[in-house]
Design a protein around this ligand. Structure first.
Ligand code: NAD
Ligand code: MN
Length: 497
């Protein structure tokens, strides 16, 4: 074990080693010799203790007035502002995304703190007239209890904040299992809440693998909500477990997001947008632009300009602010990227830029890959259908608007999409006909803001949305309350006819 710090599970407000006593190392994907910390390699015993702590804390937390819960979130938001730079640097070290983007990830959690704190004074329900005289009725939100949050590595602080803060403001308690590649950012997020006065047991952290921690956590009978972001494969497993236990289940899964460029587009803008959409976060965003659907009239020029500019992107460790593209998260993810490059070649797509992992000199201890672009991709190639989650962009040429929309929608996912055009009619038709949860006009497929609902159609999820006020539906249940002050029995649907 290196002399890097040791981080223990947070259970009931105190720090605990895993019951097994084992730990795992969190390494820097730009330099695997750099160990960020050792974390508890937990199992079901730790999960059981954490759920019990959360269940116990729920008894009092649910009764804290929501505006008072909000005050803790506001204070935590202020603390996170003060700690933003330090949190961003630690995030780049553990996850690899370039520093500018890590700052954005922390900022998203700050935004969510204040947005959900505001909800503490809203959480609106309805009042509505009764069909009877002397009768009052309303609907109110109620919390559910213990929420299991299972999160991926690509947004190490933002995604946990999207789940944790709405869970807390509605009066639930939480057990979070962070991704094992990026647990430290969750510690930083939770530390802000604890320092702001969050009572013990309201948020608990258990680190470890999906099989040893995620599985028993989501199966635990006292867990009432499972909020999961990750792969479609595990997501569908989570849905089945949730169905057996009659739990609320919210899933945010993969994407295969298209950006359409029409002949009349502003090409400078489209080139810049495609580079950011495809290679920002090294393509490791669920909203990454992975298909560029280009109308024939501009295909050759766009391809040439993109290839030249993608080849000029500087790849390297994200802590060096000259670099624009960081590493893939781990060896497995890098191998997936390499495999899809081979698949693309075998399918007959034309490699116009990149195509190789970077392993020499300064890259030797990291998981780096060249920004890669394939042209002459056709709509049913695996390259055009399957999520890669790496720096690989596929260009598909189409004849007209209708074909562009048809190709855009012809994948098993439906998270984000975009169109570049100067034709207002085409833009509005695209807004209507692109079957995704998010649509951008003259912007790439990435860049969601936290006060609108976030999520997708088809294989991207199960119909729920994160962020926006819509996320409150996942973490609360409606209770309709009828108050009869007539002093007599009034029977609905019977006595008023
Ligand atoms: P993953 O599904 O392997 O893991 C996600 C989380 O689930 C991790 O914390 C993991 O430990 C846990 N897990 C794994 N097996 C489990 C099990 N059997 N039971 C319970 N939990 C288990 O995904 P990943 O590799 O961490 O993340 C990359 C994937 O996530 C990509 O496919 C990407 O599309 C998707 N993603 C989607 C969104 C979105 O909002 N739609 C956002 C980010 C990432
Ligand atoms: Mn790491």
């Amino acid at each position: 074990m290196s002399d890097a710090p040791v981080y223990r599970n947070l259970i009931g407000g105190t720090w605990h080693d895993a019951a097994s006593g084992a730990t795992f190392a969190n390494r820097n994907p730009a330099d695997t010799a750099d160990v960020i910390g050792h974390f508890a390699d937990s199992d079901e015993r730790d999960v059981v203790a954490a759920v019990a702590a959360a269940q116990q804390a729920y008894a009092s937390w649910r009764l804290v007035p929501a505006p008072k819960r909000a005050e803790i979130l506001y204070r935590a938001g202020q603390l996170l502002i003060e700690r933003k730079e330090a949190c961003a640097r630690d995030m780049t070290r553990e996850m690899g995304k370039v520093l500018k983007e890590a700052r954005g990830d922390v900022q998203e959690a700050i935004d969510m703190m204040f947005f959900m704190a505001g909800e503490g004074r809203r959480l609106h329900g309805q009042t509505t007239p009764s069909e009877m005289p002397n009768k009052f009725q309303m609907s109110v939100r109620q919390p559910l209890g213990v929420c299991a949050l299972i999160t991926p590595w690509n947004f190490p602080m933002a995604i946990p904040s999207w789940k944790m803060l709405p869970a807390l403001i509605t009066g639930n308690t939480v057990v979070i299992k962070p991704a094992s590649d990026t647990p430290l950012s969750v510690y930083h997020l939770v530390q802000c809440l604890t320092d702001a006065g969050l009572p013990p047991g309201v948020v608990n952290i258990v680190t470890g693998s999906g099989s040893k921690v995620g599985e028993p956590l989501m199966r635990h009978p006292d867990v009432k909500v499972i909020s999961f972001t990750g792969s479609t494969e595990i997501g569908s497993r989570v849905a089945r477990v949730g169905a057996e236990g009659m739990k609320h289940v919210s899933l945010e899964l993969g994407g295969k997001n298209p950006m359409i460029v029409m002949n009349d587009a502003d090409l400078d803008l489209a080139v810049e947008g495609a580079l950011w959409g495809a290679f920002g976060t090294t393509g490791q965003r669920c909203t990454a632009t992975s298909r560029l659907i280009v109308q024939r009239g501009v295909a050759a020029e766009l391809t040439a300009r993109l290839a030249a500019q993608a080849a000029a992107l500087t790849v390297g460790p994200g802590l060096d602010e000259r670099n624009q593209v960081g590493p893939s998260i781990n060896q497995g993810q890098l191998e997936i990227v390499e495999r899809y490059v081979q698949i693309g070649m075998a399918e007959g797509a034309r490699l116009v830029c990149g195509g190789a992992a970077l392993r020499d000199g300064p890259y030797a201890r990291g998981f780096f890959h060249q920004p890669t672009i394939f042209a002459d991709v056709t709509r049913h190639m695996r390259l055009a259908q399957e999520e890669i989650f790496g720096p690989v962009l596929s260009i598909i040429t189409v004849e007209d608007f209708d074909e562009a929309i048809d190709v855009a929608n012809d994948v098993p996912y439906g998270l984000s999409s975009s169109i570049y055009t100067r034709d207002v009619n085409a833009a509005f038709r695209a807004m209507r006909d692109l079957y995704t949860g998010i649509v951008y006009i003259n912007a790439p497929t990435i860049g969601a803001e936290i006060h609108l609902p976030f999520g997708g159609t088809k294989g991207t999820g199960n119909g729920h949305r994160e962020a926006g006020q819509q996320v409150l539906e996942v973490f609360s249940e409606w209770k309709s309350v009828y108050v009869d002050f007539s002093g007599s029995l009034q029977r609905a649907q019977i006595d008023n006819n």
